[in-house]
Design a protein around this ligand. Structure first.
Ligand SMILES: Cc1cc2nc3c(=O)[nH]c(=O)nc-3n(C[C@H](O)[C@H](O)[C@H](O)COP(=O)(O)OP(=O)(O)OC[C@H]3O[C@@H](n4cnc5c(N)ncnc54)[C@H](O)[C@@H]3O)c2cc1C
Length: 428
């Protein structure tokens, strides 16, 4: 039977980051990807935070196919008939190197696969792994429909529903409480129109997140990212909330209603939808993570449950890249010692837990629980919109003092359920 030093299952950012680090150091590494090419089956909202990643992959980024650097942040609270948008512009977002950029996965992942290839990794698309090879409880390789391949280490980088980590006994079957579903459209628009519509210059972009009535009280929200010649628009919905919803709603109906809102319609009008996709996202925080190492195996990226939705930011690609790079480094250490047991590979877990990206993941561990409160998506956006509407509205009747309007609004929060919500908020 053929043998390589390392086989990586899954050619997304997590697997390819591991492959880059390993191949650079001269390790024989094979990446197997079930899609026709890296990026063909991958879905993301679209914004990659680079700052947490650079320390671990410092030399990778020249020529990267980033769409736009994000220079403007918008957060929109949606009530059924009104909305309130907060917009942040800051010079900090314009400094070099960019702190966050938008990406389209079909091009970004292919480019990353090329980088891994240039460093010496072999990336094989159209290769679906069906099972693990094990010997005396340790992982020793992979099995596909027509081949078996041995390896010193298998890197499970096969995404949110990681069958590989499950087969190794490192995680249970996905729990709907700990997974969300995302749907996304890519809508083409001319480059100049995007710049005019969003008030940005060439190469500059906007990230806009939406929360409130668009998810009908369910955990989740909307996103809009500007690419060079397209917009990435979508919704994320808690799977469990969706399953429990009475009467039931379909995600694509919510998406159509979202697109029909004037706040969104005015931004996408005249655009041509060119891509539609749906995908799961880990939402369980550290409580939803798999174990990270076994004898002969490490788990990285979404496969390990490493994604963080703070409501105001969505992260997963940076965690995927960081975990992949750190897993690669730990495998190099294990190779020096010629010991691929779990105890040696555990240096990956230690390094990951010391990284800023993971520390954020741990700091915001209570976010899933706090965000499961329907009032955050119904009552609070409505209250915020009402307050501003009352302040801004000039009608036929005389107005009261603004301080009185504000106090009346604050007074509404003096009820036990709102105080309880505020108390729970301290956890995030
Ligand atoms: C709607 C949505 C919005 C998001 N928004 C953002 C965002 O704006 N910013 C952000 O940072 N993150 C975002 N995320 C999360 C981010 O996309 C993921 O965290 C990231 O893609 C994880 O990368 P990965 O390499 O671990 O997994 P994936 O990118 O899922 O890669 C796994 C790969 O494994 C392959 N594979 C699976 N099974 C097998 C098998 N048996 N054999 C061979 N290959 C296999 C798959 O084809 C795939 O290519 C979003 C996710 C979704 C769904």
């Amino acid at each position: 039977m053929e043998k390589v030093e390392v086989v990586v299952v899954g050619g997304g950012p997590a697997g390819l980051a591991a492959a880059c680090v390993l191949a650079e150091a001269g390790v024989e590494v094979l990446v197997v990807e079930r899609g026709d090419y890296s990026g063909s089956k991958n879905v993301t909202g679209g914004r990659l935070y680079l700052e947490p990643v650079r320390p671990f992959l410092p030399d990778l980024w020249e020529g990267a196919p980033f769409e736009r650097r994000v220079v403007k942040e918008r957060l929109t609270m949606m009530a059924p008939e009104s909305s309130l948008t907060v917009e942040l512009n800051s010079r900090r977002f314009r400094r070099e190197p960019p702190c966050s950029v938008t990406v389209l996965r079909a091009t970004f992942d292919q480019w990353l696969a090329e980088k891994a290839g240039e460093r010496g990794a072999i990336v094989i698309p159209g290769y679906k792994v069906d099972d693990l090879l094990t010997e005396d409880g340790r992982v020793v390789g992979i099995r596909s429909a027509d081949a078996e391949l041995q390896a010193d280490v298998v890197v499970a980088a096969d995404g949110v529903l990681s069958f590989i980590a499950e087969r190794a006994g490192l995680r249970a079957r996905p729990d709907p409480q700990k997974v969300a579903v995302g749907i996304k459209e890519v809508i083409e628009l001319p480059e100049e129109k995007i710049q005019d519509r969003f008030g940005v210059g060439p190469g500059q972009g906007v990230a806009q997140l939406f929360f409130g009535s668009i998810t009908q009280g369910m955990f989740g929200g909307g996103f809009l990212y500007t690419n060079r010649r397209s917009l990435s628009l979508g919704l994320v919905l808690g799977t469990h909330a969706l399953m429990e919803k009475k009467p039931p709603v379909q995600p694509h109906d919510l998406m159509e209603a979202f697109k029909a809102r004037p706040e969104v319609e005015n931004l996408i009008t005249g655009g041509q939808p060119v891509e539609y996709s749906a995908h799961s996202i880990p939402e369980g925080g550290p409580a939803g993570m798999s174990r990270l190492v076994a004898d002969g195996m490490v788990v990285v990226g979404d496969a390990a449950g490493l994604a963080l939705n703070q409501g105001v930011t969505v992260r997963g690609m940076d965690l995927a890249l960081v975990s992949g790079a750190l897993a690669g480094r730990a495998i190099l250490r294990a190779r020096e010692m010629q010991d691929y047991g779990a105890a040696t590979l555990a240096s990956y877990e230690q390094a990951l837990k010391a990284s800023a990206a993971y520390k954020d993941f741990a700091t915001f561990r209570h976010v899933p629980e706090v965000l499961s409160n329907p009032r955050l998506f119904e009552e609070y956006p409505q209250m915020a919109c009402d307050l501003f509407e009352q302040i801004m509205w000039i009608g036929a009747q005389p107005k009261e003092k603004m301080s009185r309007t504000a106090l009346r609004t604050v007074g509404k929060f003096m009820r036990p359920r709102y105080i309880g919500d505020l108390w729970r908020m301290r956890k995030i």
